[in-house]
Write a protein that binds this ligand. Structure first.
Ligand code: DAH
Length: 345
């Protein structure tokens, strides 16, 4: 039996070393070590041996099995490496072939405007903050000086998840979230671009979902002049160096005083045309000085800190910039529309 095993081992090791591919190697493994192999068929013999020979026989047979197995594993590694080598040689890249035509597609007009405004603000030292679209009533309204029965809530009806959770109606709750993070210590200077929602019947100028960019600056000695200077730079960068802005008084519960900001018409230089509806001015955003109640509720002392804030409607800017006549084009994924915009941001 010992001789038989030695013979098998010699034969197996030789056959394995001659194997030329993985399939062949696997067949050899089955032949020499599989259930029906000679070695396996010798196993039951062990029981028939006198007990003093059993251990030696066991060692012998296991030794043979291990050496064959080791050889199979070595060979497998060798063949795998060879196969990879072969594959690599066969699959070399012909760098002289002309490349495939990956046409650079255009960016979405909303993304272009968001990026543009973000970059201008980053240049003025703002940081970008984000907040959740599923927001609490508390941050979306209460903390912005809009208690439960406030009439200004009427204009911002939205989709409710439950009584206290809703799809945010503006990016202004990010003001609250940021203020709270700063624990009553300024300065802070942030913008927040993002999606907002309202319960609206969609038409050419209304959508139940749109984009805003919120701005907030809180520091000591911040005045309306800082707000005007900032928005003036923004307007010039967006609509051209010759643009001027003007404030019209307005009302937002979270700012006092509040203003509506107009930019002089870029199409007619303020003379009056169809774009500015003959007025020479185009409304671009809402803004104001942060209401002392808002500062107080979020842990800032309004006797020490002041702030200004603004909220830009992104679609409105894109509509003006590109002369788009229906807000719904932004969301219907029509390639004839989307492909018209710049490939660069
Ligand atoms: N949140 C306002 C809206 O959606 C826009 C706005 C107005 C934001 C004035 C501001 C602000 O930060 O100061 O109608």
């Amino acid at each position: 039996m010992k001789e038989q095993l030695e013979k098998i081992e010699i034969e197996a090791l030789e056959q394995i070393s001659l194997a030329t591919d993985l399939k062949h190697l696997n067949e050899l493994r089955v032949t020499y070590l599989g259930k029906k192999s000679t070695i396996q068929s010798l196993m039951p013999m062990m029981g028939k041996l006198p007990s003093e020979e059993r251990a030696a026989f066991g060692q012998l047979i296991n030794g043979v099995k291990t050496r064959i197995m080791t050889k199979v594993e070595e060979k497998q590694k060798e063949l795998e490496a060879l196969e990879l080598q072969r594959k690599l040689e066969k699959e070399t890249i012909d760098v002289t072939l002309p490349g495939k035509d990956f046409r650079a597609k255009s960016f979405h007009p909303i993304s272009i405007i968001v990026d543009e405004i973000t970059n201008i603000c980053l240049g003025m030292g703002y940081q970008v903050e984000e907040g959740p679209e599923v927001e609490s009533d508390y941050y979306n309204f209460e903390m912005l000086n809009l208690p439960k029965d406030h009439p200004a809530r009427e204009m911002q009806d939205t989709f409710y998840i439950n009584e206290n959770t809703l799809l945010r109606t503006h990016t202004s709750p990010v003001q609250v979230r940021t203020l709270l993070k700063h624990n009553g210590v300024g300065p802070l200077k942030i913008i927040c671009p993002g999606k907002v929602y309202r319960r609206d019947d969609d038409d050419a100028t209304h959508s139940h979902q749109f984009y805003q960019i919120e701005g907030l600056v809180v520091d000591k000695n911040v005045t309306m002049a800082d707000l005007k200077g900032t928005l003036s730079i923004l307007a010039k960068k967006m609509f051209g160096e010759k643009r001027e802005i003007k404030f019209r008084s307005s009302y937002f519960p979270f700012t006092e005083p509040s203003v509506e900001v107009d930019v002089s018409c870029y199409a007619c230089d303020g003379k009056g045309c169809s774009i500015c509806k003959g007025t020479g001015w185009i409304e671009i955003l809402g803004a104001g000085m942060v209401h002392p109640n808002v500062l107080k509720m979020s842990g800032f002392d309004p006797n020490v800190y002041q702030g200004f804030a603004f909220g830009i409607g992104v679609e409105r800017i894109a509509i003006l910039r590109y002369g788009i006549d229906d807000i719904r084009y932004f969301y219907t994924n029509d390639l004839r529309f989307l492909n018209q915009f710049s490939k660069e941001r």
